[in-house]
Design a protein around this ligand. Structure first.
Ligand SMILES: O=C(CO)[C@H](O)[C@H](O)COP(=O)(O)O
Ligand SMILES: [Fe+2]
Length: 221
C-alpha cells in the first residue's frame, strides 16, 4: 500500500487549519510536519505550539520530521502535541539509540532520517528498534527542491535488508516527490511518500495527490 504524507511546509500558513482539512479530504494518509531550527538546517519553520493548534482538526497520523539539534530536549513537547511518528536525523543524533528509546517512552513511533549522502550502514545497529526510515531525496531545509535520484539504490539496499531480516519497517521518501519521481522509489520498496510543493502548489490538491498515489500504486502493481 502506498501512503501519501502532504508536507504542510508548503501550505499557506495564514490558513493552516483549512490546508490540513483540505488534504485530508483529498485522501492524505499522514500529515508530514517539518520542524527546522536554523542550526541543523539553514531555515526555521515552526514548533510544537503550531502542531498542537492543528492537532484537533484531523485524526490523520502526524509524522514529525525533526531537522533540529538537541532533539532530545523537544521530544516530550512534540509527543504531548500529538505526534504519532517522530523521526530524527542520524547526522544530528550523537546518542541515536537513547533518542529512539526516549521517543518510544512517550508512546510515539520512532524513526530515523538519512541525508542523501549518509549510507544505510549508519542505521543497521538500530534497525530492530525503529518503525520508520525516512530517506531524504533533497538536502533538508527547504521545500520545492529537485529530487536526487542517487538515493534510490540506498532504498533498494535497505528494502532487501528489511525483507531478509523479516522486519516490519515503513520506508518513507522526502523531497521532490511528484507523479514521476515516486515511480523509482516505489519500485525500490518505499511505501510512504512526502509531497509538499507537488500538492500544495496545485489549484486542485485532490487531483494532484491522487495522481501521485496512483503513479506509486501502478509502479508496484
Ligand atoms: O523535509 C523537507 C525539507 O527539508 C520537506 O518535507 C520536503 O522538502 C517536502 O517538500 P517538497 O515535496 O516540496 O520537496
Ligand atoms: Fe520533511
Amino acid at each position: 500500500m502506498i501512503k501519501i504524507a502532504p508536507s504542510i511546509l508548503a501550505a499557506d500558513f495564514s490558513k493552516l487549519g483549512e490546508e490540513v482539512r483540505e488534504v485530508e479530504a483529498a485522501g492524505a494518509d499522514w500529515i508530514h510536519i517539518d520542524v527546522m531550527d536554523g542550526h541543523f538546517v539553514p531555515n526555521i519553520s515552526f514548533g510544537a505550539v503550531v502542531m498542537d493548534a492543528i492537532r484537533p482538526l484531523t485524526n490523520l497520523p502526524f509524522d514529525v520530521h525533526l531537522m533540529i539539534e538537541n532533539a532530545d530536549r523537544y521530544i516530550e513537547d512534540f509527543a504531548k502535541a500529538g505526534a504519532d511518528y517522530i523521526t530524527v536525523h542520524v547526522e544530528a543524533s550523537p546518542h541515536l539509540h537513547r533518542t529512539i528509546q526516549l521517543i518510544r517512552s512517550f508512546g510515539v513511533k520512532p524513526g530515523v532520517v538519512l541525508n542523501p549522502h549518509t549510507p544505510v550502514e549508519a542505521i543497521l545497529p538500530i534497525l530492530e528498534d525503529i518503525d520508520l526510515v525516512l530517506f531524504m531525496t533533497v538536502n533538508p531545509g527547504f521545500g520545492g527542491q529537485k529530487f536526487i535520484d542517487s538515493v534510490v539504490p540506498k532504498v533498494e539496499q535497505l528494502s532487501k535488508i528489511i525483507r531478509d531480516k523479516g522486519l516490519s519497517i515503513d520506508i518513507e521518501i522526502d523531497g521532490g516527490i511528484n507523479e514521476e519521481t515516486i515511480i523509482p522509489c516505489a519500485k525500490a520498496g518505499a511505501n510512504v511518500f512526502v509531497a509538499g510543493s507537488a500538492i500544495y502548489s496545485k489549484p486542485d490538491r485532490a487531483a494532484a495527490l491522487q495522481k501521485i498515489k496512483k503513479a506509486g500504486e501502478e509502479a508496484i502493481s
